[in-house]
Write a new protein. Sequence first.
Length: 340
Amino acid sequence: MLVLGVESSCDETGVALYDSVRGLLAHALHSQIVMHNEYGGVVPELASRDHIRRVLPLTRQVLSESGCTLADLDGVAYTAGPGLTGALLVGAGMARALAFALDIPAVGVHHLEGHMLSPLISDTPPEFPFVALLVSGGHTQLMLVSGVGRYILLGETLDDAAGEAFDKTAQLLGLGYPGGPALSKLAATGDAARFSLPRPMLNSGDFDFSFSGLKTAVLTLVRKAGLAQAADIAAAFQAAAVEVLVSKSLAACRHSGAERLVVAGGVGANTLLRERLTREAAAHGVTVFYPRLEFCTDNGAMIAFAGAQRLASLPNTAAAQPDLAFAVRPRWDLASLEAV
């Protein structure tokens, strides 16, 4: 089954082709970082308009690179949520119209399901069951994953997501937007022991997270120490955030008995997080799986893959033709998905 995947949930337009036999054939991505950097964050209307400009050229690009044509497609997958409403509508509208014109099925994919399953695209995919740490700019969750669509929420952030805390801390340090990668680079030159920052909910006895207080502590520290100590502040913040993520993730593995841990989402590319998780997980008999670095951020490959799993589960794919009616879900509970 050859599936075209379209991702347009926020500020990146991704398109990819995934074949259930041959694997990932091609993928392309356009990031809107430069455009939104001027405003210090994502402007939804500008994001939607840029998706409109990019989605068709990127589709032509992946078809050309893969040597495939529209006539070869067996299905189309698109991000149906969660995300920005206008941005989601662009990808959903394009995907539904294309599927209708080609008389092939279309399926809406949960954005976080795409992230969570993205390590399965690799040459050494994890087996079910596993614990998944979804850690990005909008979400921080721990899920027990028994199969595609079989998800149990173990814990989540009660306020800011980890990636949001990284970005906001970076802004406090004058690093611009998005600040996560820049903060991590600066932190590598600093002394994490120079300042002591809180580890929110580290010993709460559950698997929930909170990063708002840590961000506030950084604000207080910046006002007191000044930006001359930015590298040490960045290192202290990163160490605190990573310690909480590592501790909670391994606690979830012990609680569930899982021997495999999947890390997905933009913060999953953080070098310190990867180093500490891999080392400490190994000491506890847990193997950690990561997506390829290029698939940590939003991308079409994860949507094409997840869509292929969903489409393959339909009892009669040929009979499941889409009409032109569709809806997107800016808010969507991952645990509500049905198993395939």
